[in-house]
Design a protein around this ligand. Sequence first.
Ligand code: GDP
Ligand code: MG
Length: 787
Amino acid sequence: MTKKITIALAGNPNAGKTSLFNHLTGARAHVGNYPGVTVQKKEGRLQHDGYEIHVVDLPGTYSLTAYSLEELVARNFILEERPDVVVDVVDAANLDRNLYLALQFMEIGVPLVIALNMMDMAESIGLKIDLEKLKTLLGVEVVPTVARQGKGLDRLLDTVVRVAEADHEWRPKNIRYGPDLDLKIREISDLLMRSRFPTDKYPARWLAVKCLEGDQEVLNLVGRDEAVGRKIKTAVEELTRHLRATLDDEPEGIIADQRYGFIASVTKQAVTSEGDFRRTISDKIDLVLLNRLLGPIILLAILYSIYNLIFWISGAPVAWFEVFFTWLGGAATSIMPEGLLQSLVVSGLIDGVGGVIGFVPLIAFMFFAIAILEDSGYLARIAFIMDRILRTFGLHGNSVLALMIGGGIAGGCAVPGVLAARTLRDPKERLATIMVTPLMNCGAKLPVYAVLIAAFFARHEGRMLFLLTLISWSLALISARILRWTVLRGEHTPFVMELPPYRLPTFRGLLIHSWERVWEYIKKAGTIILAISVIIWALMTFPALPEDVVEDFQNQRSRAEQAFLAGPGGKILPDLEALHQFNEYYQLIQAQKIKKAGEDSQAEYHSLARAALGLAQEGPLCPELKAYYAPAQGYLNYRQRLQEIGAEEAGLALRRSLGGRLGLLLEKITRPLGFDWRTNIALVGGFAAKEVVISTLGTAYSLSETEEEASKSLAEKLASQPGWNPLTAFTLILFVMVYSPCVATLVVIVREAGWSWGLFAMLYTTVLAYLLTLATAQIGGVLGLGV
Ligand code: GDP
Ligand code: MG
């Protein structure tokens, strides 16, 4: 018994469909009309290899929208009649334009064979088409033909039979339509799948794309269920408004751009031309930006400039925030009575969370720069350029997107990064991508870097961030390579990155896109980070020092006072009351709140204070104050002693607290890295979210600071700490970059890849961080950098 196959012949007008049809079926054609419409339907039959093949000639179309009758007829035939195979006749000499239709068949998912026709024409105008590459990139069978001469028809029919004999499942191709559209597409297709819509007949994602394209036919179809129709309509309107505001375009326009972008990416890789062609502006720009040699150099140059520019622009506003929070801390200290509540507000909230909020300007400019790259279309090019490099390391072009979203350009977030790895079909490539995405420099690591860079590498801000970006990419690539050689060994799958034409971003669009992300950062700081900061403050405050210890410090203070009164200062300040009065006065003088002595009774205080100030600042000695120098020295010694006692008490309280004990315990492990117990607490807190590293250091140094330090920023405090130097700072930066993904990321990894991979992600990164920082600290120490 002969087997029967139905094929539909499709293609752009003048691609050679009729020629092919005639060669295939001879004169045995049956001509009629498609039911109900005046579009001609030609059918024929042929025998091949024991198969009876029924050929239906679809109307020639450029697309499959519902704008013209021909397109609608072609589309409905595919969906309603479900032919075994669609043969798309493609004009090889006009590949870009012709593949647009092919892509739409791929999006529906019908089994497809491309008859790459007019190969003689393509050759004569100097096009070289890499057929194998075209086939792998498209994921579709491609057979070269010259229909006019009947060349390649046997092979075409062999392929048709083979495809028809393979399973009949439709496999819709997913094109990426950008973050905004993809989100809505998923929303609508989920909605359709949940409703009783026959999504086995009409692929859900395809329907969703059509709804966004404003396809009236499909909108009517899904609108049969009124509730669903209404929800979809709102979703489409929402998106349309958002896209108009941000990209100044309709969904339809962006969808077409992305489709052509996909095709451009395919033909850029599979076709080389010798002749001189008409090129669009985008093509001309790509000629430079995607050049094998120039492309990566320009990419690095752009990144480097962005980093430098961002630090330069955000320098002043970040300083304003610093001034503001210092003022706020001072105000809170003076308004609130001393005690736990004051400590919570000043050390926990203002010095803790404030440190994270303070970097909003830096974050905002970074997001703005990323929005420019994204909206202009350059981000897609970065993925295209990186694909070549990534392949060498066993990753996939789609991995770039995950890595970029995760912070490939400093400032992303690993959570959507890990989710973006879903676009990878191959499970091993996907896992490798998920495992290395957290190594990127997410927006949460940024404030940590910023503080440490400001404290120790202030003159190399942009350069440092650039270096860190290179380091994290190198680590990710090397880790991926090792994973792909060992536990995740496997094939490399082909990749097509959509390369939509460049567009000029609108200012309003950039503002909206960057604000969306800045708001996320602020919200996180005001909720999660705030909550964790309070917990960590409590861990570093309780249990309080036992009373006898507090009393002991009190006694030390009294002894210092007695020592002062017994010295030469006792002649001017005879008793405790006078001493305390003078303390207040001296603080005012120090803060430059009193310029001249007011009353006569204070003339002596004034002279003493001026003498003390002069000595403290090592200024020139004034002869008329000579008599006051000995008492002033005594006073300074007394103050110095008080500060020492205070710092010792605060330090002891911090060490004896729960958090302090934990930090001290961990010192056994982290001593070779140069981290002390305070850093350890910060790193433990950083498991929850990396910003916490900064808020915790802020709180820790705030709790144990001396009076003078209260007016300093965290960066200034760190810079003046004896245990800190550029090497410690750099080591800490590396550790924060590499060690365990934060809890939110781990949760997503577990959800996407299972418990064991979540655990693995946590362990291997932490071990890697330890070894890397250990090596850095030791080598740096040998080189004498740690001073
Ligand atoms: P249709 O509009 O898709 O049905 O295309 P036709 O079959 O009518 O072909 C359009 C024109 O292209 C005709 O003049 C054909 O002779 C010519 N043609 C078809 N196939 C080929 C081919 O493979 N090479 C060349 N050079 N011309 C072809
Ligand atoms: Mg024709």
